[in-house]
Write a protein that binds this ligand. Structure first.
Ligand code: ADP
Ligand code: NG1
Length: 458
């Protein structure tokens, strides 16, 4: 265990005082005494690098101001008691040591249990303090802004602090990336890493294994605007996300097999690239040579890999994709390798700041969206419509952010045109639909890189 660079314990910042006061009052109403600390975990917007973290490739997100707060006190009953300021999230109570996480029913408390279990297992805690908590979240949920990971990270922070432990931000990032998988989705580590390692004013290039971040100074003269398509997609409750994870895994296993490599151990497309010793920019050619563009059937894959359907499920599939019959390997692998390149191009464009820097970044974002839409097939008609509306309203570039199949777009907009942009998107996307119009306040906003997870002393 390291005590280096643990998330800071800070006084409540002015911008959050009013909300924290309300949260404290809600806590007192619920439990009859005040909380002893508040934990904070932020959401994030991924600027570029979609669906590549779980293949080992670098991504480029920034934290957003919207976050989840948890007011906490320990209790002597050894129980975990959860309440939420949003009445849609029902109260939960259990003995802290019993924490079954049922993958078939990803209700909100399961994400908390993931974070709690992550810390308990990482530290090997035998005695776990009971915790009474009230949570308050402002991150639109199921919208690609990482509300689920913020909840997991917040729970991990609560558990660490309540048990008088100190973990570094890097340890917390890694353990939260692992423990969120208890919910069933086989995500990468982007959300948890930016949640703990974000710095105000700075976007981050995140490399994995080992986790490392590089500050990316965004050019001046344009801002990122987030807009929510108002289509929700819960990753853990559907197979969409894991289906993509396994298609990528199978693509790399097929290429590995064709190259005489130990294919069963090959799980991530970056590992394949490194093992083959091929440049990233040459990987699309490797894919073209080894994989056909038509989807593979399960029988065909079993034949090529020389395994039974049961063995294939063991080596390559997840619990919720074991019944999949068709696998589009070509398009998925093409997306991953080309998107990974775009991340480095985005970083270089920010660093070199050529005269057409905004057009360059915008182009990369729009290319990324097209690839998500056409190759990765993780968009949806409403999100495509929103992206088109944002481009028409003057964005340099626009793309879906997060897992997709709904959720948010992020657009790069000239600073001096933000108001006009917001008005046009409001008129053309939100005001044309009553449900969207009623959600506009939390659905359309300009954003700047925010700070990461923190603990507030009371
Ligand atoms: P996202 O893209 O926002 O991470 P997910 O589909 O992965 O979305 O997870 C969303 C789930 O996280 C919600 O269904 C809910 O269970 C949980 N969640 C999000 N925000 C909150 C909150 N404020 N309070 C309680 N649970 C939340
Ligand atoms: P969202 O949908 O924003 O929670 C998910 C994954 C990320 C990443 C993106 C797609 C989790 C917890 N998060 O993010 O790791 O793969 O999709 O780029 O699984």
């Amino acid at each position: 265990m390291s005590s280096v660079d643990c998330p800071s314990v800070l006084p409540i910042p002015d911008s959050k005082k009013e909300r924290c006061e309300k949260l404290k009052a809600a806590f007192i109403t619920k439990y009859g005494h005040p909380p002893t600390f508040i934990a904070r975990a932020s959401g994030r917007v991924n600027l570029i690098g979609e669906h590549i973290d779980y293949h080992g490739y670098s991504v480029l997100p920034m934290a957003i101001e919207q976050d989840i707060l948890a007011a906490v006190s320990t209790n002597d009953e050894g129980k975990l008691k959860l309440a939420n300021t949003n009445p849609g999230y029902k109260d939960f109570e259990s003995s802290s040591k019993e924490s079954p996480i049922d993958k078939n029913n990803p209700s909100w408390e399961k994400y908390f249990l993931c974070g709690m279990r992550g810390v308990v297992e990482h530290l090997g805690l035998e005695e776990v303090k009971g915790m009474s908590c009230v949570l308050d979240g402002l991150i639109p949920s199921c919208a690609g802004l990482s509300s689920s990971s913020a909840l997991v990270c917040c729970a991990a922070l609560c558990t660490m602090h309540a048990n008088a432990q100190r973990l570094s931000k890097t340890e917390l990032s890694d353990l939260c990336a692992s423990c969120e998988r208890y919910i069933g989705t086989e995500g990468g580590g982007m959300d948890q890493a930016i949640c703990f390692l974000a710095k105000p004013g700075i976007a981050k290039l995140i490399d994995f294994k080992p986790l490392k971040t590089t500050d990316i100074k965004l050019p001046e003269g344009a801002v990122f605007v987030i807009s929510n398509s108002c289509v929700q997609m819960n990753k853990a409750a559907t197979t969409h996300f894991n289906a993509r994870v396994v298609e990528g895994r199978l693509a790399c296993q097929l290429i590995a097999k064709g190259n005489g490599l130990a294919w069963r151990d090959m799980k991530r497309l970056k590992d394949l690239q490194v093992t083959l010793g091929v440049k990233l920019s040459d990987m699309p050619e490797v894919v073209k040579a080894a994989i056909h563009p038509e989807p593979y059937t399960k029988d065909e894959l079993c034949g090529i890999l020389g395994v039974s359907a049961e063995e294939l499920a063991q080596t390559s599939l997840s619990a919720n994709t074991s019944e999949m019959q068709n696998f589009n390997l070509y398009d998925r692998a093409m997306h991953v390798y080309q998107e990974a390149e775009r991340v480095y191009q985005f970083k270089e464009t920010c660093e070199n700041s050529p005269s057409n820097v905004m057009e360059g970044l915008g182009q990369l974002m729009s290319d990324s969206h097209r690839s998500c839409r056409d190759l990765y097939q993780c968009s949806c008609p409403e999100l495509d419509d929103l992206v088109e509306t944002c481009l028409k309203a003057g964005a340099y570039g626009s793309r879906l952010t997060g897992a997709g199949w709904g959720g948010c777009a992020v657009s790069l907009v000239p600073t001096n045109q933000v108001q006009a942009f917001l008005s046009q998107v409001t008129a053309e996307f939100y005001n044309k639909d009553e449900r969207r119009a009623s959600q506009i306040k939390e659905s359309l906003f300009a954003t700047a890189p925010g700070g990461g997870a923190a603990l507030y002393c009371l």
